[in-house]
Design a protein around this ligand. Structure first.
Ligand code: MRU
Length: 357
């Protein structure tokens, strides 16, 4: 399947499409410092669970370059570990970020390379390991597409929320990769794209991707989905996820829970596509998933223009949680987890961890 890479890295430079500038401008940013990786993640210039995980992994490599220098000393090793912790905590909900940073440090520890002395082997190791995470994300995107595309039939109206496409990953996507593969397989369907207030990832990013793929799509405001479901125009819903708890509850962009409730009411199957790095064995249920709260400014304005009186109180959670019993199936690289629950998710995680990078 054709796709373009969203992130790439060479010789101490992380390159990525600035998602704040899309769709008005297609700008590739170059980052050389771990601190700017953290701020790009926090500003949503790099966003989407798998993409921030990959960026975090390269951020750790950049931190090693910057902090360890040519010769690692005990103090610089401590500073490097502190920087890695800051990268790990750049955003709290998507577990892919924590997974990727932990994966870097665990692999480094196992290789015995974080020791005083020449730093080059350590830096090279972290760069290669981050590249492996990126390549694995691309191949998982292909597998999600293969597993999920059979769910899409001619005549479907597929609702999606936020952006779970190439931009949110290394380049293939999760929920949208399913639709790209379905299109490639000749299926004729229409995608309904929730604009996804307050930051409009659906309007700005998902429509941009679907247009490039030549997939018919219709942009709707978030509050229109119910009516379209009642009219029978939406026949399936599919999103990505930021963290899936051990019982199958799944956090995703704010508004996804509403989509799942509406789908349930209208007897429309609701699917979530996600790689194993989005599953969190350490989180028992959705209630344990930390939900990021973002600034009031995001709600008080629309495209930089004030849309409410100054000083209006705001609540701005960036994610919500879909309970497992509203999910028809989780689409994973190892197949569908239908009617997900604790037992099925644990079995998936056990198989995935045996095969992990
Ligand atoms: O705040 P964002 O834009 O990073 O939120 C992203 C989402 O909620 C996506 O749906 C999710 O990360 C899945 S990406 C494959």
């Amino acid at each position: 399947m054709k796709f373009s890479r969203t992130l790439s890295y060479s010789s101490g430079v992380l390159r990525f499409l600035d998602q704040k500038r899309l769709p008005q401008a297609v700008v590739t940013l170059k980052l050389r410092r771990w601190q700017t990786v953290v701020s790009a993640i926090q500003a949503l210039q790099i966003r989407g669970a798998p993409a921030i995980g990959i960026a975090g992994a390269f951020g750790v490599a950049l931190a090693a370059r910057q902090i360890l220098g040519k010769t690692a000393k005990p103090a610089s090793i401590a500073a490097f570990l502190k920087a890695s912790k800051i990268i790990r905590e750049a955003r709290p909900t998507a577990v892919n970020l924590m997974w990727a940073v932990d994966h870097q440090l665990t692999a480094l520890g196992k290789a015995g390379l974080l020791i005083p002395g020449a730093a080059a082997p350590c830096i090279e190791f972290l760069e290669k390991n981050a590249q492996a995470i990126l390549e694995e994300d691309l191949s998982i995107g292909m597998k999600l597409a293969e597993v999920g595309h059979r769910l899409i039939q001619d005549g479907d109206g597929v609702l999606t929320h936020c952006n779970a496409g190439g931009l949110a990953t290394a380049g293939m996507g999760s929920a949208l990769s399913v639709l790209y593969r379905a299109k490639e397989a000749g299926r004729k369907f229409t995608v309904f794209v929730d604009e996804t207030r307050p930051l409009l990832q659906g309007a700005r990013l998902t429509t941009w991707e679907l247009k490039r793929w030549g997939i018919p799509h219709i942009l709707i405001c978030d509050n229109m989905a119910a009516m379209l479901m009642k009219q029978g125009r939406i026949t399936k819903a599919i999103t990505g996820a930021d963290r899936i708890a051990r019982n199958g509850d799944a956090a995703n962009k704010i508004g996804t829970y509403g989509v799942a409730v509406l789908a349930h009411h209208h007897r429309i199957p609701f699917f979530i596509a996600a790689p194993y790095s989005t599953f969190d064995a350490g989180t028992l249920t959705g209630a344990d998933i930390p939900i990021e709260e973002r600034s009031a400014e995001e709600v008080l304005s629309f495209h930089g223009v004030p849309s409410a009186p100054k000083g209006t109180k705001v609540y701005n959670p960036a994610f919500d949680v879909v309970p497992a019993d509203l999910i028809r199936a989780l689409i994973t690289e190892r197949g569908l987890i239908e009617a997900p629950n604790d037992v099925k998710v644990r079995a998936f995680l056990a198989a995935a961890s045996r095969a992990a990078v």
